[in-house]
Write a protein that binds this ligand. Structure first.
Ligand SMILES: *Cc1c(COP(=O)(O)O)cnc(C)c1O
Length: 227
């Protein structure tokens, strides 16, 4: 897509590539959900995407999402918000209040905070466990070797609210082995949802079984530099 293309064109292009990647993998295209990652982009861009039929959005900061989404949701009840960024325990309550899915559950202290928040808010978003498949020290995600135990514990605690796994492969590596590892972990635990693949690699992720792809730049364009 040329940089001058419109958001609507870019969204249509991403949808077409998702469809093609699913078909090439012998999968039903409806088994892949596009999460449009709107972080750092204004509510007006989200509105443009909504007008083009997009309903599922991803944000990685609770405060930004809390400012942007509740007003949009008032006009668009079908809107779904996924929180995809590293989550501090002191933001758990707000996260539980606004999110339909939290994709970044990665440690026992956060599981505790989310359970308490669900109790006090009277609602529980769906949850994914983020796995640090590259074992990168500075990254979010439960370390690979702790993942099995953490998944089992969360499964007992959260039941059907725990739906699957998410990963962000190391930027400089071939993502495919990471996608395969995540899929095999999800299979082991009988978890149906696999969130993997971003602008650079979502077709490859779909070939490896992704059911959620998180695509930002390819839809909204480059993010404005952070302050
Ligand atoms: C920003 C972000 C994305 C989207 O990345 P793009 O490369 O812009 O598609 C996906 N997942 C997470 C967790 C993110 O923070």
């Amino acid at each position: 897509m040329a940089p001058s293309s419109s958001l609507t064109d870019r969204l249509a292009d991403v949808r077409a590539r998702i469809h093609a990647a699913a078909q090439a993998a012998g999968r039903d295209p409806a088994s892949v959900t596009l999460v449009a990652v709107s972080k750092f982009h204004p509510a007006s861009s989200v509105q443009e995407a909504i007008a083009a039929g997009q309903t599922v959005f991803g944000e990685n900061r609770v405060q930004e999402a809390a400012a942007k989404f509740p007003p949009l949701r008032a006009d668009n009840p079908a809107l779904r918000l996924h929180l995809i960024g590293g989550l501090q325990t002191n933001k758990a309550k707000e996260a539980v209040r606004i999110a339909d899915m939290i994709e970044s559950l990665d440690r026992p202290a956060l599981a505790d905070a989310l359970a308490r928040a669900a109790e006090s808010e009277g609602r529980m978003p769906n949850l994914l466990i983020e796995v640090n498949t590259g074992d990168e020290p500075q990254k979010f995600g439960v370390p690979k070797e702790e993942a099995d135990l953490f998944i089992r514990t969360c499964r007992q605690r959260f039941g059907a609210s725990l739906q699957g796994l998410m990963c962000i492969p190391p930027a400089e590596q071939d993502p495919v082995p990471h996608f395969r590892l995540l899929r095999s972990m999800a299979q082991t635990h009988g978890l149906p949802v696999l969130s993997m693949g971003m602008s650079a690699d979502y077709p490859a992720a779909i070939a490896e079984g992704a059911t959620l792809v998180r695509v930002g730049t390819a839809i909204f364009g480059p993010r404005p530099p952070t302050a």
